[in-house]
Design a protein around this ligand. Structure first.
Ligand code: NAD
Length: 291
């Protein structure tokens, strides 16, 4: 039976580790928080009290952490036991740290994949996440069947760091189109145009986007919109801001212009500082309305 070490049992990691255990993979969970380790034991995951216990005898180590520094710190710690193993980082982190993590794994004799996700906590619970993966073909081939236990789509986007690159590029498009959609609805309100009339026209015209037809920032137009539920997430403003900041960092590093990404970053930062960090990011319409 395959054995996995799952490190980082927070909002995403706990349901992902549980999905892996449900699929019949012996999964050993570890987190810095003892209460999260206790909690995950109720989901069929073996509770371990140290990183070393989690990694001992594991075929694959999966990390689901908050930042590049955290991933590198954990991967450094488990590198001594890396030979012949597969390391998968599902955290959303900066591209440079992701590449450094791949180098570390390679030097330690492990295969490695960066595999950030989209789909949020609901997708993690339902095991329907999308994984955007970067790494060598051989590493991806080894990671795919494991990730399929936790997701509906597992995509190979290119070499080291390209999973992270895909995720942040996607979220630049998402963050910007949400602001544009919100801005258009607020303009419609000022012009006396109904939400419904704008939606019906734009959703079959060139203004169409996912932000409009799946995740509309005004209520009662699309069934899955957090707008229908007072902007409860969904995808928190704080996480959108994190991803846009990573994209700005990557753009600066790569010498790419990202002017709309820069404005979007500032708008979500303003929104967060007005107390909306925990609200869904589509609540940016409140900022644009001047609420
Ligand atoms: P979280 O803060 O709930 O969980 C992270 C966990 O990592 C914490 O429990 C923390 O204690 C643990 N941790 C940190 N350092 C550790 C170490 N050295 N050893 C063991 N455990 C350690 O975060 P989350 O919401 O689960 O998000 C995880 C990642 O997924 C982030 O990179 C986030 O950007 C990304 N993500 C989150 C969502 C979402 O909806 N929450 C969606 C997509 C992507």
């Amino acid at each position: 039976m395959m054995r996995a070490a799952f490190i980082g049992l927070g909002n995403m990691g706990r349901p992902m580790a549980a999905a892996l255990a449900r699929a019949g993979v012996e999964t050993r969970g570890f987190d810095l928080s003892a209460s999260l380790i206790d909690a995950v034991a109720k989901d069929g995951v073996v509770a371990t009290r140290s990183l070393r216990d989690a990694i001992d005898g594991a075929d694959v180590a999966i990390t689901m952490l908050q930042s590049g520094d955290q991933t590198l710190a954990v991967w450094h710690e488990i590198a001594a036991k890396a030979r012949g193993k597969l390391f998968i980082d599902c955290s959303t982190i900066d591209v440079e740290s992701a590449r450094a993590a791949h180098r570390l794994a390679q030097e330690s004799g492990a295969l490695s994949v960066d595999a950030p996700v989209s789909g949020g906590v609901a997708g993690a619970r339902a095991a329907t996440l999308t994984f955007m993966c970067g790494g060598e073909k051989e590493a991806f081939a080894a990671a795919k069947p494991i990730l399929e236990h936790m997701g509906a789509h597992v995509l190979h986007c290119g070499g080291a760091g390209m999973g992270q690159a895909t995720k942040i590029c996607n979220n630049v498009m998402l963050g910007v189109t949400m602001i544009a959609t919100a801005e258009a609805f607020v303009l419609a309100e000022k012009l006396g145009l109904s939400h419904r009339a704008l939606f019906d026209a734009a959703s079959i015209s060139s203004g169409q986007s996912w932000s409009l037809t799946t995740y509309c920032p005004v209520p009662e137009l699309t069934p899955a919109s957090p707008a229908n539920n007072d902007y409860k997430p969904g995808f928190m403003t704080a996480l959108m801001l994190k991803d846009l900041r990573l994209a700005q960092e990557a753009a600066a590093h790569a010498g790419a212009a990202s002017p709309l990404g820069a404005v979007a970053t500032q708008l979500y930062a303003l929104h967060q500082s007005s107390g909306q960090g925990a609200a869904d990011f589509s609540s940016i319409i409140r900022l644009i309305r001047g609420e």
